[in-house]
Write a protein that binds this ligand. Structure first.
Ligand code: FNR
Length: 771
């Protein structure tokens, strides 16, 4: 016969403390050995149970169990053995008490352990926001731990029905959850679901629910138990992590820089699009494969060395290397990571080519003979950012000194304002500039700088820099100035030359016409200068001419001009004369006196005089050359007057001049056409009748005028300075007496000729004694 005992434990005891479910009823099974003797049937209503005994057990720490035994009334009714049962019940109750006390002792031992575990569970529950539950399938009730109640914002002792518990989840999940419970209940299928919960206070949280079946000793499923964990934060974190991961992947994929990762076995673990493109390999062919096997040609190159160094030394390696396979230059950044190596790289071939070109350019700019300056247009006051070696040489400033300065450091007192303004305007208008500007070196010495400035624009057309090219043209300028000077000045004396004085006369004529004053043009010719050259040499002659020019300069008024025409001929222009001739004469006389003073040159004391011809201009359209010609004629008159004097040109002189000119021309033709003849005239000794000699007389056989005596032309011929007879071979002294002369009895004779000597007015005589 079986004896049934129902014990109901009111847990204000250890169990209550352990589970913190006040009012919880626990069912004890009375066991004999390992076999359960009694199992409480939860579907049995309490009204059907009859309490048959009660015992309170107080534990050492003050807790106590109140054990109440019940008996099924129906069972009692069915068995009708109430008294016996009461007795047996009492016995069993005593047995139960004995067992319970044994249990209590066991529990006492475990109590500490349990308290310990309980604390740990609580910590886990609190920190992991996790709580336990079970579903009492017999009673169809969900039993929630305190944590589960807290998760649902419900009081700690809240115990919902299964339906009430499910109602916390969204409607669309209900079926799924019921299905999970059913499957677990019937087949023991565990479940793991992630669902949102609307808590008692209306909060939305996400929970993970794990559930599994609990079987009794018969293997029947009697409970579903599990845990509920608030994973709201986890989910948010997970979402955030996944969002970040997506963003990172997208970024890496859209990067124009190639990126790849290698694991600790040198296997590709990631490649972005650009890496795929640059390596010319499909991602799928590389991922999981060892880099050295995929690209054997890389072995032994700098790529391998640097990658290995990065990993071994745990430091980033940055380098540029040429890939012979890809025929491109790469800039590579290799970073060691926990997993292996992260590498990002880009094709820098274009930059490399540009750099090479730039280097060539830089070298050519550097070696240019012109100075080159680059200034930064984006900075205030255009600071210099580059100068080449030629600039340093030209200006004496070193790079270190000049970088950061403005180029106006080269300017100084003599720098023209107009040049500076032109530069300033050009810069502000972003135009090309070309100026020649006076600059100063570091040591203060000046130089002429032919400067070109050009704006440099970026792709958008904005001026970012200016480039200046400097050229030192000082010597060129000086040479040009020298040329200009030579074109207008006499090299020996430094006086103006013919071209220059003609301009001066022209301007002076205009001024005289306007001012109604006289202008005198003087030609001064030194008397007998040629013998000085011939006897003392040209150097002394030149020194005399220099001294004459200095003396003339000393005699001039500030408004007068002086020029040398070559040889010993000087031109003086005396403007601004009120009285004409008289005033002019007053100016000439001291000049002649000064010229006549002795010259002490090269240990020689020399005396010179000058003849001056004067042409006066008093208005009208006389050409400078005409004035000079008139002065020239007047000068010859002065010479004829006996030298060391002056003569004014007059109109009657003009006639003489015309005659003079025509004889001069005719003389020229006579020479060419051989119109000169030599006539020998014997000189006879009167008393004896002997012929003493011959006089050779030059005759001009003029085609129209017949024989002309030398008196007609000798002066003019002399003034031209040409040696007519010798030039034409006329003047040939007889080499020996002719047969005729001998036959004429001229054994002793002298021969005299009157001829045209080179430049002397004196007749040269030639005598030969005749026996
Ligand atoms: C200059 N400037 C300049 N001036 C000068 O006297 N000698 C030089 O060699 C140069 N070189 C030069 C190169 C470049 C690229 C620039 C942009 C300019 C001109 C100088 O720096 C300044 O601009 C002018 O003097 C006008 O400005 P300020 O001084 O009137 O303010």
């Amino acid at each position: 016969m079986q004896h049934w005992l129902i014990a109901n434990l009111d847990v204000t005891t250890l169990f209550e403390q352990l589970h913190e479910h006040s009012g919880e009823r626990f069912v004890f099974q009375v066991q004999q050995g390992r076999q359960p003797l009694f199992s409480f049937a939860p579907h049995l209503p309490m009204s059907e149970l009859l309490p048959i005994g009660e015992k309170s057990v107080t534990l050492a720490d003050g807790h106590h169990w109140r054990l109440i035994s019940y008996m099924s009334k129906q069972h009692l009714k069915r068995s009708s053995i109430m008294p016996t049962i009461t007795l047996v019940g009492g016995l069993l109750f005593s047995y139960l008490l004995t067992v319970s006390l044994g249990l209590l002792r066991l529990t006492e031992r475990r109590r500490e352990e349990l308290a310990q575990n309980q604390r740990l569970f609580r910590i886990v529950g609190d920190t992991a926001l996790i709580g336990g539950w079970y579903i009492d399938l017999l009673r169809n009730r969900a039993v929630w731990s305190k944590e589960v109640c807290v998760l649902h914002d419900e009081p700690a002792d809240f115990q919902p029905t299964v339906e009430e518990a499910i109602a916390y989840y969204p409607a669309h999940c209900h079926k799924r959850l019921f299905d999970c419970l059913e499957a677990c209940k019937h087949d023991g299928t565990p479940f793991d679901e992630e669902v949102t919960v609307t808590t008692g206070r209306g909060r939305e949280i996400t929970v993970r629910i794990l559930g599994q079946a609990v079987r009794d000793a018969n293997g029947d499923i009697v409970q579903i138990q599990g845990s509920t964990q608030d994973i709201t934060e986890q989910k948010q974190l997970r979402q955030e992590v996944s969002r970040l991961a997506t963003r990172l992947t997208r970024t890496l994929e859209s990067m124009t820089v190639a990126f790849l990762t290698l694991d600790d076995k040198w296997r590709f673990s990631y490649l972005n699009n650009e890496a795929e493109r640059l390596l010319a390999h499909k991602r799928a062919d590389l991922l999981g494969h060892v880099v050295w096997e995929c690209f054997p040609e890389v072995q032994g190159t700098r790529f391998e060395t640097e990658y290995r160094l990065a990993v071994e030394q745990g430091r980033p390696m940055i380098f540029e290397e040429y890939s012979s396979r890809l025929m491109a230059w790469f800039e590579v950044h290799a970073y060691p990571t926990e997993e292996g190596l992260a590498v990002y790289f880009q094709d820098v071939s274009t930059r490399k080519v540009a750099e090479k070109r730039l280097r060539v350019l830089e070298r050519s700019v550097e070696s240019s003979i012109n100075g080159v300056t680059i200034v930064d247009a984006s900075q205030p006051d255009l600071p210099i950012i580059y100068v080449n070696a030629a600039f340093e040489r030209m200006t004496g400033y070193s790079r270190d000194e000049i970088i950061g300065q403005n180029c106006r450091i080269l300017q100084g007192e003599g720098t023209a304002k107009s040049a500076r303004n032109a530069i300033r305007k050009g810069i502000s208008g972003h135009r090309d500039i070309h100026v020649v500007i006076r600059n100063y070196r570091r040591d203060g010495s000046p130089f002429w700088n032919e400067l070109y400035i050009s704006p440099v624009r970026d792709d958008e057309g904005n001026v970012t820099h200016f480039i200046g090219v400097q050229n030192d043209i000082t010597s060129e300028r000086e040479y040009r100035a020298q040329l200009t000077y030579s074109a207008t000045h006499d090299a020996l004396t430094g006086l103006a030359n013919r071209a220059s004085i003609e301009k001066t006369i022209h301007r002076a004529c205009e001024a005289a016409a306007l001012s109604h004053r006289h202008l005198a043009v003087l030609i001064l010719d030194l008397d007998d200068f040629k013998p000085i050259n011939n006897t003392l040499g040209h150097e002394t002659g030149d020194n005399v001419l220099i001294e004459v020019s200095r003396r003339l300069e000393r005699q001039l008024r500030p408004e007068d001009s002086l020029a040398r025409f070559g040889g010993d001929e000087f031109v003086l222009v005396l403007p601004n004369l009120l009285e004409g001739k008289e005033e002019c004469a007053r100016l000439i006389e001291p000049i002649l006196a000064e010229i006549a003073c002795p010259y002490h040159i090269d240990a020689n004391e020399l005396y010179l005089t000058a003849s001056v011809g004067v042409s006066l201009y008093s208005g009208g359209a006389t050409h400078p050359q005409a004035l000079l010609q008139q002065a020239d004629l007047a000068m010859y008159q002065a010479k004829q007057k006996g030298r060391n004097t002056y003569h004014f040109f007059s109109s009657d002189l003009n006639e003489k001049v015309s005659q003079h000119l025509s004889i001069r021309n005719e003389l020229q033709r006579a020479l060419v056409e051989g119109q000169f003849e030599l006539h020998y005239q014997p000189q006879v000794h009167g008393p004896s009748g002997r012929i003493l000699g011959f006089e050779a007389l030059l005759r001009w056989k003029h085609p129209q005028k017949g024989y002309l005596s030398p008196a007609y032309f000798i002066d003019i011929a002399e003034s031209t300075g040409r040696s007519y007879p010798s030039a034409t071979g006329y003047w040939k002294p007889p080499a020996a007496p002719t047969r005729d002369s001998t036959s004429l009895g001229m054994s002793h004779m002298s021969c005299r000729s009157t001829s045209l000597p080179c430049s002397s007015s004196a007749a040269v005589s030639y005598r030969r004694s005749c026996r």
